[in-house]
Each structure stands twice: as C-alpha cells, then as structure tokens.
Ligand binder design. Sequence first.
Ligand code: COA
Length: 166
Amino acid sequence: MGGPMAEEARDIRASAVLAGPFDIDLLARLQALCFDQPWGRDFVARMFAVPGGFSVLLKVNARTGRIPVGFAMCQLVAGEAELLTLGVVPDYCRRGLGRYLLRSCMDKAAARGATIMYLEVSEKNHAAQRLYETAGFSVIGRRPKYYKEIDGSQTDALNMHCSLVG
Ligand SMILES: CC(C)(COP(=O)(O)OP(=O)(O)OC[C@H]1O[C@@H](n2cnc3c(N)ncnc32)[C@H](O)[C@@H]1OP(=O)(O)O)[C@@H](O)C(=O)NCCC(=O)NCCS
C-alpha cells in the first residue's frame, strides 16, 4: 500500500505508516482507547525488541494536521506473519479505516516476505471477525477460554489465517 496520502478510505484521506520506538507512548494510548484491557506501555515497548516485529500507525487528515486514529502490531517469523493487535479509535470506526489498516499490514508483511498471516480474535468480537472475513481470512481453529474478560469469565479465541500470495 502506498505512502502518506496515497489512499482514500471512503472520503477520509488516510495513511498507514511504520511506527518507531518514539511512537511507543502513542501506540499505548491508542490501544487503550480501543481495548477494554490494553497491553500497557511496557508490553508495547517490549514489542519493539521482538525480532521480526513491526508496528503501523493509521493517520487521517484533520484541520489541525495529520492525526493518529489507529494502530496495528505484527510479527514475522520464518515467512509467517501474525497480526498481534489492531484497532481504530471509536470516533473513526465504520468509515473503512479498519479495512484499510488491515490491508496495509498484509501488504507490509508480504513485502517483508511473509506468505501467510495468522491472527486470533474473540468469538464475541463480531465486528472484527467480519472485518477479517471480508479481507479474505478464514477460521482454522479455536482456542478454548483464551481470553479472560474483566468480569472474570473466559471466552474462546478463533484462529484465522489468510494467504498473502496470489
Ligand atoms: C474491529 C475494528 C478494527 C473495525 O474498524 P473499522 O474502522 O470500524 O472497520 P471498517 O469501517 O473498515 O469496516 C470493515 C468491515 O468490518 C465489519 N465491521 C466493522 N465494524 C463493525 C460492527 N460494529 N458491526 C459489524 N460489522 C462491522 C463490516 O463488515 C465492515 O464493512 P462494511 O462497513 O462495508 O460493512 C474496530 O471496531 C476496533 O478497533 N475495535 C476495537 C478493537 C478490536 O476489536 N480490534 C480487533 C481485535 S482482534
């Protein structure tokens, strides 16, 4: 996917750019806006030390300049990519930005030599499941009681994958 300003997600001018260690605080803040149980800054920071890891910031045009509204973190091991986390802040959801961000991660992983992408998603997260399905992912397995909810209950994860070639 192209560089800044290269794409339009519906009528919003968006770009998905690689993040660096100087973006750790921003990534942690964005994740906290998107998830009930965010990783926290230290865990986000550790991701930058992981071999094969890369992070993406989603930005959109606003009157004040380009503002960050989403993020994703991936890891590549031996030609296989894993999408570890991805989110669009609530005010900017349902505008095609999640799809654009996911596509950008898939393209960036493929450009690094990955031929397949894996991810896990809560069986209760129908919005994300739909996003992934419409991007070409399919369910290949289930991890029982993988997520622990705030109320202490446990939820299964669905394993999904998508080819990045062809
Ligand atoms: C999941 C998430 C990234 C979707 O981002 P988004 O910018 O709203 O997604 P898009 O607007 O690109 O929507 C793409 C498709 O996803 C599906 N989708 C997105 N939100 C949905 C919702 N609330 N209900 C049902 N389907 C939804 C639709 O199929 C949509 O296509 P359509 O608009 O043409 O119908 C966003 O809701 C989010 O960050 N959620 C919290 C964090 C999260 O759950 N991350 C994924 C963890 S695995």
